[in-house]
Design a protein. Structure first.
Lengths: 255, 95
């Protein structure tokens, strides 16, 4: 790849994508061995690995763009909390199967739209990553969407849990679409869409499924989360401690 | 708490275009659509297939294992049913 002038906003944009995948991948991996049934255990582990695969490509790419010699491992395991740029939604605890599925549905529906747009990115590497990741996001959205409908429109217990999950998670989806100067710069350069552009299309994907699931969509409130700016919830530190301990205890350790 | 078992689904995978679907195992799932999804996750994650069938196990009618003697043993000494007494032309490679 030829050395090109890369704006800090471009690097930041790729880091956000990579950190979303990394942190949600880490969260989903917690289900391994604990899912309600064997079949879903494997499905969740598969999806976790899809996301970690995306994170590897994106963080490697971000490291190259940055040009300071940091590789995927250094970016994944050796940054401190404020330097992670994932959406707060991705770091929230799994809680139960319902919250995990509702989150996967809200997030992968957004990713699906994002990857579709990024397939025509002026950043050829990012476009190639998008072309691979779009297939994974489509499956994740399908899988989670089917579960959201079954849980929401299921028993009294499953409905209550799915509704509770939606009430808890919904306020964090506002962060998806919060306008940022990073997005403006990147959109102007043709690297990718400003995430705020995707809001209408996302609602068109998400709302009909939530309606079919007989779930009530909460009203928007002034609450905002700021994970993509590096200001995380209290859950992030615990997640990082668990994720980073191997590299911090045995620096440079390899499989 | 009431617990209901999900039905069992038999899974058939076609490994390549042109080949038959082969039985490869079973999954538990609440309905047909999710049965396909979990079959995908359990049985095709190492590129084992290009197509999947799932059939609810209840819908398969199986022969009775106790009826094996009358069903299958009589074929044992009918070697003339195997086409092994013919000289095959070379052009016929895949009999």
């Amino acid at each position: 790849m030829t050395q090109q002038m890369t704006s800090p906003e471009h690097i930041e944009y790729v880091l956000r994508l990579g950190d979303n995948a990394l942190i949600l991948g880490q969260r989903l991996s917690e289900w391994c061995g604990h899912a309600p049934v064997l079949e879903e255990d494997m499905a969740l582990a598969n999806m976790s690995l899809d996301l970690i695969g995306q994170a590897r490509m994106l963080l490697t790419h971000a490291g190259r763009l940055e040009g300071r010699g940091r590789d995927e491992d250094q970016l994944a395991f050796l940054r401190t909390e404020p330097n992670y740029r994932n959406l707060t939604l991705c770091e929230l605890p799994n809680q139960d199967f319902a919250r995990t599925m509702v989150r996967n549905f809200l997030y992968s529906s957004f990713q699906k739209l994002l990857w579709e747009r990024l397939m025509t990115s002026s950043d050829a590497e990012l476009a190639a990553i998008a072309a691979k990741s779009i297939k994974e996001a489509r499956y994740h959205a399908q899988h989670a969407g089917d579960w959201v409908i079954r849980l929401g429109d299921g028993t009294a217990e499953s409905h209550a849990r799915a509704q509770g999950a939606l009430d808890y998670l919904w306020p964090y989806t506002a962060e998806f679409f919060a306008a940022t100067p990073v997005d403006d710069t990147v959109a102007a350069a043709g690297v990718g869409p400003a995430w705020s552009e995707l809001e209408t299309a996302w609602e068109a994907l998400v709302l009909p499924v939530l309606a079919e699931a007989t779930l009530t969509v909460p009203a928007r409130t002034p609450f905002r989360s700021y994970g993509k700016f590096g200001r995380h919830s209290e859950h992030m530190g615990h997640l990082l401690a668990e994720m980073q301990i191997m590299q911090r205890t045995y620096p440079g350790a390899q499989w | 708490m009431e617990r209901k078992e999900w039905p069992l689904w038999e899974v058939f995978v076609r490994s390549r275009n042109g080949l038959d679907h082969k039985h490869c195992g079973s999954v538990h799932a609440p309905d047909a659509k999710l049965a396909l999804q979990v079959a995908r996750d359990v049985y095709t994650r190492r590129q084992e297939g290009v197509s999947l069938w799932v059939v609810q196990a209840d819908h398969i009618v199986a022969s009775d294992p106790d009826a094996k003697p009358e069903l299958f043993d009589p074929a044992e000494d009918k070697i003339y049913r195997h086409p092994t007494f013919y000289q095959l032309p070379d052009e016929v490679n895949h009999m």
